[in-house]
Design a protein around this ligand. Structure first.
Ligand SMILES: [Zn+2]
Ligand SMILES: [Zn+2]
Length: 131
């Protein structure tokens, strides 16, 4: 391959890596899943590969690997900051505020707006907003 081709491939896959990094960072942030590591690893590998074709292999393997490894669950919208978080988290990963309240009977966690405990059916205390 000529230098120009190597440079073009490197540029293209670096651009893809940066775009993937941004998307993965945002997704990992919502899941509280080491967003800095996952968001930086693909752009960093692409830039540091200096056009080595290995970066394309890393992208093809690495991106599906992220989606395989990431914590699974329902994505919800934070009632405080309106950003996305994964259902099982007790605190919003963006604004760090509580998104769950505790059932007084079974001590399981339920959504802030739940009127009844989804686990034991006990009425839930009204959540007092904590600033
Ligand atoms: Zn929030
Ligand atoms: Zn309960």
């Amino acid at each position: 391959m000529s230098d120009a081709v190597v440079l073009a491939v490197w540029g293209a896959s670096t651009a893809i890596s940066i775009a993937a990094g941004v998307l993965i960072y945002r997704d990992a942030k919502s899941r509280d899943y080491t967003p800095f590591i996952w968001g930086l690893i693909f752009p960093l590998m692409a830039i540091l590969s200096f056009g080595n074709p290995i970066q394309i292999v890393l992208l093809i393997i690495g991106i599906p690997l992220y989606f395989l490894l990431r914590p699974k669950g329902v994505i919800k919208t934070c009632p405080h900051c309106s950003r996305k978080y994964l259902d099982y988290l007790a605190f919003c990963p963006h604004c760090k505020r509580e998104v769950k309240k505790e059932c007084l009977r079974c001590h399981d966690l339920a959504d802030l707006d739940a009127a009844k405990c989804p686990h034991c059916g006990a009425p839930m205390p009204r959540h007092e907003g904590r600033e």
